[in-house]
Write a protein that binds this ligand. Structure first.
Ligand code: PEP
Ligand code: MG
Length: 325
């Protein structure tokens, strides 16, 4: 059974029964895009754009952003690049953005909530992303969505920017996919409704875990509760995948969980189409996928959903790996 393990990181990750799982990279700079390709990434599943806005006194211009998005797209050379719009909030106060410290920043005005209130900053970023999409495979993704109306508002602003570009004869990819992060319990609960608005989901288990477990991921006294392998999170992932596939859209996962090979059988078994993770872990996760069959992965996932703790889930997958050897 282990003969199938002879994959190199630069080949696609395909299960023993021939299901392909896209293994993409999470990056936050042009340099990291190069590392991602070196490590065999099939694309970029999450470009965190916050780095463009931090450690400065004015917002990055459209030209500045365009240059960075284009440089990354060129490094990727036809592979897909998912650009996440600014996901900033009161945990990183920035004077020029008018961001004030909040007593509960993770429950505050961050991500899409912030961008919908600062449309000048949002539109500048959307223009830069759209312009970079010309001749490249770029997709756009909105973070921290909790309601259908936020997605509709963000899409309306995107449509305005597209109209302006058309009028100015500035080319962009007219068929660019638009997706959202599923990282709030609300988004999971209404995933069926959200799925009708967009082209794809990407599940953000870092935030989803802290919100589902009501445990601040930066508070060491409770952070251990926000364990993404807890069945409460796994059930949220399952619900999201089911809603996506029922609507005919694809669904990825871009939290740290995607880099944990103890999670790989479960994530493949739940039906995720893409895993996006830090580049260092790509070869390991590709190998883990290639050693699985979807039938056994589905059986493990179904058993994991019925357990009552993250540690029991770890024991389940560990014993699966031990018995395989
Ligand atoms: C997540 O929340 O899982 C995620 C990938 O986004 P970030 O860690 O940047 O919040
Ligand atoms: Mg997040």
């Amino acid at each position: 059974a282990r003969q199938h393990a002879q994959v190199t990181a630069h080949q696609p990750a395909i299960t023993r029964d021939r299901k392909r799982v896209t293994i993409a990279a999470n990056i936050g700079s042009v340099a990291e895009a190069k590392i991602a390709i070196k490590n065999g990434a099939d694309g970029v599943g999450l470009l965190r754009t916050e780095f463009l806005y931090l450690n400065r006194t004015t917002a990055p211009t459209e030209e500045e952003q365009f240059a960075v998005y284009q440089a990354i797209a060129e490094v990727l050379d036809r592979r897909a690049l998912i650009v996440r719009t600014l996901d900033i909030g009161g945990d990183k106060p920035l004077d020029y953005l008018g961001l004030r410290a909040e007593s509960n920043p993770f429950l505050g005005k961050r991500g899409i909530r912030f961008c919908l209130e600062h449309q000048d900053i949002f539109k500048t970023q959307l223009r830069a992303i759209l312009r970079a999409s010309h001749g490249h495979q770029i997709k756009i993704m909105f973070p921290m969505v909790a309601t259908v109306q936020e997605v509709q508002a963000a899409k309306a602003i995107l449509a305005q920017v597209q109209t302006q570009l058309r009028q100015a004869n500035i080319p962009f990819d007219e068929s660019m996919q638009v997706g959202i992060m599923v990282e709030t319990p609300s988004a999971v609960a209404i995933a069926d409704q959200l799925a009708t608005e967009i082209d794809f989901f990407s599940i953000g288990t870092n935030d989803l875990s802290q919100y589902v477990m009501a445990a601040d991921r930066t508070n060491s006294q409770v952070a251990m509760l926000a364990d993404a392998l807890h069945p409460a999170i796994l059930r949220s992932i399952e619900q999201t995948v089911q809603a996506a596939h029922s609507s005919g859209i694809w669904v990825g996962l871009c939290g740290e969980l995607a880099a944990d090979t103890l999670a790989t059988p479960i994530l493949v078994g739940l039906g995720l189409d893409e895993l996006s993770l830090n580049s260092q872990a790509i070869p390991m996760v590709k190998r883990a996928v290639s050693e699985l069959s979807t039938v056994e992965a589905e059986a493990i996932a179904q058993r994991a959903l019925k357990l009552d703790s993250a540690n029991r889930v770890r024991e389940l997958v560990s014993s699966f790996y031990t018995n395989e050897e």
